[in-house]
Design a protein around this ligand. Structure first.
Ligand code: GCW
Length: 850
């Protein structure tokens, strides 16, 4: 097609024909998402102003990164506009694209006035010399030039006018990295999109094609560093430098610098020393030798990431040393090479005493790091998670950001959706991240929003920035859910410029990913922007944290799992009330870690926002929120609202049929349907749990009283027997019905519904392994069959595995007999919970039976 368009371009008339008849009829080809937001789809129509685009290109710089900038412009313009650019070696005497550093352009282009750019900044401008039009893509350095090239290509893909692409930008901060939590065996901790693109079977993969493609995607949105292995680091990483250098080679053309996570005890485990005490000279010398070895193989190595004294990882505390001792020792080794240490602030004791009302995991990072402020070397950056707990659906900003004024800091955001639906739910995180980045910590009673702190502005720090835990995998589309790539894209856009609005990010990403159809752009943008609040509504609102299974896979609902263990993600729910009292006067004192104005805001019930109320305070269920509604009724209502909203996303998506290629449309639709079903599981589990805990009924009487539901216990069973479900709230009456020791079992309901059209949903449990099959029959005639073959994170009936199968628009009449027939497979006994029969919206009551 690109070729065809190209040929058409040679005359205006032909172009007209091309645009009207050929390009306009471009079929929506199946797409697999492998190109992410770099699809370079042929434009239809090509904006008229692009007719003036030069057909020559010259690159003034000779670096590898600059070569990528040039080849990318050629590739993108050929694909999108249908023109093949002519490569020149000198600035030609005709219209041309001219790429170079600002220095080089100044030398080559008379009359060029270089704008002031920060490190890695770019400028795109037009210049007329002797009647010729030159389109200049200038970088403060080669990386900046590459970012400028991608800026132009993004503009073209979104059909922007040439004028709109003229721009000068510099990144907000020097550190714009992703972390990958890849293990050497090829698995990825908290990765939901397949195996590692870097490792397999304990070695670096032989095929690193995807590593290069990943670097290209990252560079296209300004990411300049990638940590390739899990922060729970395998000490053997340091024995694999040669293999790792191949990954660095794949990254290099895209200006992405490689970094590694290291285990503190490496000197002992792989170095053969009898200690890893950072105060020991032999240990320091060992690290220095390793770092020198790394730089010999990877001269542009970015630095080391360290997780220590956290969740079982070894660390300096073993020798009575501090994070400063450990970080500075590594910093000394890295300093001569220009490398940095990102030392993680995620240090806490996961054996806290639940009975101690003063114990509080949220306090840990500040308690440990604040006293060390001013002692870290200047090439150390403390990498701090956005909130004080752990990537929950909502948390306050970590107070440590205001507590380290003489230390470089970076904010760690989680792109991989560990607590956010694990890429089976759509949750567009830039909306959430903006609430953190824009939050004003009011250090020294002045304006110090988080973004200004990590950008180094607030406390005049030379280093700092943004780290996103990405965890892309070998899945063709990188992130499993077609809409999840918006989070990686959005992370990068915010790391480049945290003032970018979530709306701009969502609509730009949609245009690049799905095309410029206005109805499509507005619908997908709306879906994305609403998705995080919706997820919050049906999971853990009011500052309760996600309420997921925290001792399990962090996926489905399991509110009780927060409590009564050493992990400290407590919500301290009892029969009278819920919430952690973190005030200074009566609670854990956490609020006192904030600067005074913020501490005062959270302390007072008047000013503490409802959405963080229970993170800061313990309140009775009858407490009235700012809305005037009681706490408990708000919990109930928000869960019903959230589940309804999740169903609404499906309806919105369906309006896009025919506007998106069928492959991505169907894949997304399937996931959104799954999400809508799982939102009901969440709603029911959390509301049931709170109803039991509080003893207060929902004022609309909805909980476990759905008139449309027929539970398995109410059906006529042949072979199905009840088993207890853990946690109890994730199934009706705490029971699932399983088919054991039989080839098939049935559950039958005699219906007495008025004649009409109905949606019939069957709630069943789908384990990770095995694939039971089900058949739904009406009056002994099969109307639906399905297989429980989703790879959900569970091997038992619970909130992780509870799944909904829905058949829409079924005509029923009084006296119908509905049968679910389950066929077990392996260890999965075709478990079921209930069937729900809902009159179809708009369904014609009285519709004759077929
Ligand atoms: O969120 C928790 C995760 C762990 C992770 C840890 C961390 C890499 O559950 O899987 O370990 O945080 O950030 O170190």
């Amino acid at each position: 097609m690109a070729d065809r368009i190209y040929r058409c371009h040679n005359s205006f008339l032909l172009r007209f024909i091309c645009v009207s008849f050929i390009c306009g009829a471009i079929p929506l080809n199946a797409e697999d998402g492998s190109e992410g937001w770099l699809r370079y789809a042929p434009l239809s129509p090509v904006p008229v102003s692009y007719a003036r685009m030069p057909v020559s290109i010259v690159q003034l710089d000779s670096s590898k990164v600059s070569a990528s900038a040039e080849s990318e412009i050629i590739r993108g313009i050929r694909s999108m506009v249908g023109r093949t650019l002519r490569v020149e070696t000198n600035v030609p005497d005709r219209d041309a694209w001219v790429l170079g550093t600002t220095e080089e352009l100044r030398g080559a282009m008379p009359g060029y006035r270089a704008p002031k750019l920060g490190h890695e900044g770019f400028s795109v401008s037009a210049l007329q010399v002797r009647g010729h039009h030159y389109w200049l893509i200038a970088g403060a350095d080669p990386r900046g030039m590459l970012y400028g090239a991608f800026h132009v290509l993004s503009g073209i893909a979104r059909g922007e006018s040439i004028r709109a692409m003229e721009d000068s930008e510099s990144p907000a901060a020097p550190v714009r990295w992703v972390n990958q939590w890849d293990n050497l065996n090829g698995t990825i901790e908290r990765g939901y999109a397949g195996r590692s693109i870097f490792f397999e079977n304990g070695s670096v993969r032989s095929d690193l094609t995807r590593a290069g493609e990943y670097a290209r995607l990252l560079a296209s949105v300004g990411i300049n560093g990638c940590t390739i292995n899990n922060v729970n680091a395998d000490p053997r990483m340091l024995t694999m430098i040669r293999g790792v250098s191949r990954i660095a080679d794949a990254f290099r053309p895209w200006g992405v610098r490689l970094s590694m996570s290291v285990a503190s005890n490496s000197p002992q485990v792989v170095g053969g020393l009898d200690t890893f005490d950072p105060g020991n000279e032999k240990v320091a010398a060992w690290w220095k030798a390793r770092v020198d070895e790394i730089y010999a193989a990877i001269p542009d190595f970015a630095g080391l990431v360290v997780k220590a004294d956290s969740e079982g990882q070894p660390g300096p505390s073993q020798y009575g040393r501090t994070p400063v001792d450990a970080a500075n020792m590594l910093a000394t080794a890295l300093k001569p090479h220009g490398g940095v240490v990102l030392y993680r602030g995620f240090v806490y004791n996961h054996h806290l005493d639940w009975n101690d009302l003063k114990a509080d995991r949220a306090r840990a990072a500040y308690d440990i790091f604040h006293p060390l402020d001013g002692q870290f070397a200047d090439n150390v950056i403390v990498q701090i998670k956005n909130g004080p707990i752990d990537f929950q659906v909502r948390e306050p900003v970590s107070p440590l950001f205001a507590g380290l004024q003489k230390t470089n800091t970076a904010v760690e955001l989680q792109v991989t959706q560990e607590y956010m639906g694990q890429q089976r739910h759509v949750v567009f995180l830039p909306v959430q991240w903006k609430t953190y980045l824009d939050f004003d910590l009011r250090a020294e009673n002045r304006s110090t929003p988080l973004k200004d702190i990590v950008d180094g502005k607030s406390f005049r720090r030379p280093l700092g920035g943004y780290v996103g835990v990405a965890n892309v995998g070998l899945d063709t589309n990188w992130m499993a859910h077609p809409l999840a790539m918006a989070n990686l894209y959005g992370f990068a856009r915010l790391a480049w410029n945290p003032d970018t609005t979530a709306e701009t990010i969502a609509s730009d990403w949609t245009r690049l990913t799905f095309g410029n159809d206005e109805k499509l752009v507005s619908t997908v943008t709306r879906v994305l922007l609403s998705s995080w609040p919706i997820y919050e509504h049906y999971t853990g609102p009011l500052g309760l944290q996600t309420l997921t299974n925290i001792t399990g896979p962090h996926f489905g609902p399991a509110p009780q799992s927060q409590e009564n263990n050493g992990w400290g993600q407590w919500i301290r729910a009892d029969h009278d009330g819920v919430g952690m009292d973190r005030t200074v006067a009566t609670g854990t004192g956490f609020i006192g870690q904030y600067p005074p104005e913020v501490a005062a805001m959270y302390t007072s019930l008047e000013t503490c926002p409802d959405n963080l109320l229970l993170f800061m305070h313990h309140e009775p269920y009858t407490y009235r929120l700012h809305t005037g509604k009681t706490l408990i009724q708000t919990i109930y209502d928000l869960h019903y609202q959230g589940a309804d909203e999740a169903a609404g996303i499906v309806r919105q998506w369906k309006t896009l049929a025919g506007r998106i290629d069928p492959e991505r449309y169907e894949k997304t639709l399937g996931l959104l349907e799954y999400q809508a079903g799982h939102a009901i599981v969440w709603r029911d589990a959390v509301d049931r749990w709170f109803a039991k805990m509080s003893g207060i009924a929902d004022d609309q009487g909805r909980i476990d009283h759905d008139p449309n539901r027929i539970t398995a216990a109410e059906m006529q069973l042949d072979g199905y027997t009840p088993v207890d479900v853990t946690p109890w709230e994730t199934a009706t009456d705490g029971k699932a019905y399983i088919c054991k020791d039989r080839a098939a079992c049935t559950a039958t309901a005699h219906l007495n519904r008025p004649a009409g059209l109905y949606d019939i949903a069957v709630e069943y449990f789908d384990y990770r392994q095995a694939a039971s099959t089900f058949q739904l029959s009406l009056n002994q005639k099969a109307i639906g069959t399905w297989t429980a073959d989703n790879t959900l994170p569970g091997q038992a009936p619970n909130g992780d595995t509870s799944t909904r199968y829905t058949l829409r628009g079924v005509a029923l009449r009084p006296g119908d007999v509905l049968t679910i027939e389950g066929h077990p497979d392996g260890n999965e006994p075709a478990p079921i919970d209930y069937v729900e029969i809902t009159p179809e919206a708009g369904g014609v009551v009285g519709n004759p039976h077929p």
